[in-house]
Design a protein around this ligand. Structure first.
Ligand SMILES: NC(=O)c1ccc[n+]([C@@H]2O[C@H](COP(=O)([O-])OP(=O)(O)OC[C@H]3O[C@@H](n4cnc5c(N)ncnc54)[C@H](O)[C@@H]3O)[C@@H](O)[C@H]2O)c1
Length: 418
């Protein structure tokens, strides 16, 4: 079996980490048990490009249990947990191509190693697998029945491809399922981003001014958690509705040009480019701590920060210190890559349980329905979304009410008034 990982000797350490994560993934585990019996993915060659974390290990094991031939590469150079990669190779015989800290050339060689297996289905987090097929290896597209996409930024890229008429196979936007973004983006990113910032810095959040750039699903979660820890939260936005929502949720809202002067912590979660630029870095207080939790490392103008600095040194694991000409210091976390994966372990498994249940059931759906779908971006069928919510509630031991016949009739009628 071909693979490229850091150290197969880490496999036993990885096994314990995966076992721990798995304990909080009841929905995915129930799907795995069914997949083992029914083998709905038999014959599928599944190219997966995901953050190589403990939860991803549970997902790829589920896909393999369903009969798929699974190959895995990383969806970010800094998010791989090397022990997990070793576990998958040594204990589960799943070929993995991922080494934490790999350079850009190696990152793409790993994507191509997965594509060399001629996948018939793709599973992406950020659309790098799909865009590499379309850009560099278009002949592979003919074999692909469809693919799934995990994150907001990937879905944006795929919609742009579909609009330009270049998308060659149907894609399922897992991110847009309610059981994904309402929980993973909001509570998962909220908690794990704070976790990454604290693990990297060990600084006190209470009493600080915490600037959150964006007020989408991820940013709402981070703002909520930072406020809960006693920070005074400032939000920057470009969308008037989201900005208004942030105001009514109790946060100060202002342009980044103003926020940059007062923040102690900054974190971008927008999916946009150059949200914090050179001029903003130049306005920051001595000791400002800057990070990104959006998908790509383009949200911070790191080149601009480098140009404006007279000195750069690593001061602590995951932290680079940049000194400006007048001596002020700016601290950049995790090279501007998603701080929750670079400096912590990504989302807690109990939210990934739902995200990856969507992935597994969407893969099964593509086997059944892929041939009937157009070259478009589709939502996860609502029946899957609701089933995952139902299974999650059941696993948590929570039951809910059902509509009475009278209520069902009332909710479908228009005649009844005062
Ligand atoms: N760190 C993680 O583990 C993780 C998890 C899920 C998603 N993501 C990524 O996080 C990013 C955000 O995802 P989301 O689901 O919150 O997206 P979203 O579309 O819900 O929110 C993005 C928000 O950013 C705002 N925005 C855009 N440009 C801006 C700018 N220049 N200044 C201020 N605000 C701006 C938009 O108006 C929008 O409200 C994406 O790149 C997504 O892929 C990361």
């Amino acid at each position: 079996m071909e693979f490229h990982i850091k150290d197969p000797g880490l496999a036993d350490e990885g096994a314990l980490k995966v076992e721990w994560a798995n304990q909080s993934m009841p929905v995915l585990n129930s799907i795995r048990r069914r997949f083992e019996r029914e083998k709905p993915l038999q014959g599928v060659v599944l190219g997966t490009c995901l953050h190589v974390t403990t939860e991803t290990a549970s997902l790829v094991e589920t896909l393999k249990a369903g009969g798929a031939d699974v190959y895995l590469c990383a969806s970010n150079p800094l998010s791989t947990q090397d022990a997990v990669a070793a576990y998958l190779v040594r204990h589960r015989e799943i070929p993995v191509f991922a080494v934490r800290g790999e350079d850009t050339e190696t990152y793409y060689s790993h994507i191509n190693a997965v594509l060399d297996r001629n996948p018939t289905m793709t599973m992406d987090d950020g659309a790098d697998l799909v865009s590499t097929i379309h850009r560099d290896r278009p002949a592979l597209a003919d074999r692909v029945v469809g693919g799934t996409e995990e994150t907001t930024t990937g879905v944006i890229r795929l919609r742009a491809m579909a609009e330009d008429g270049v998308l060659r196979f149907p894609m399922i936007a897992v991110n847009d399922a309610d059981t994904k973004h309402l929980f993973d983006n909001r509570y998962g990113t909220g908690q794990s981003t704070i976790d990454g910032i604290i693990r990297a810095t060990n600084r006190l959040i209470a009493g600080s001014v915490f600037v959150v750039c964006g007020y989408g699903w991820c940013a709402r979660g981070l703002a909520m958690r930072a406020a809960g820890m006693g920070a005074s939260v400032v939000v920057t936005e470009i969308d008037p509705l989201r900005a208004l929502e942030a105001v009514m949720d109790g946060y100060r809202v202002m342009p980044i040009a103003e926020a940059s002067r007062i923040g102690d912590f900054f974190c971008t979660l927008t999916g946009d480019i150059n949200v914090i630029r050179r001029e903003h870095f130049l306005d920051m207080k001595d000791g400002a701590i800057v990070s990104n939790s959006g998908h790509f490392n383009v949200e911070l103008d790191i080149a601009g920060l480098e140009e404006a600095s007279v000195k750069r040194r690593p001061i602590r694991e995951h932290i680079s210190e940049y000194t400006l000409a007048d001596g002020r210091r700016i601290y950049l976390l995790g090279e501007g890559r998603l701080v929750n994966l670079a400096a912590a372990e990504g989302h807690p498994s109990s939210v990934m349980d739902m995200s990856f249940a969507n992935q597994a059931l969407s893969a099964e759906y593509l086997v059944r329905e892929g041939a009937t779908l157009d070259r478009k971006v589709y939502s996860v069928p609502s029946s899957i979304d609701r089933e995952i919510a139902r299974l999650k509630l059941a696993a948590m031991g929570i039951s809910i009410d059902t509509l009475t016949a009278e209520q069902e009739k009332y909710l479908c009628s228009w005649e009844t008034g005062t």
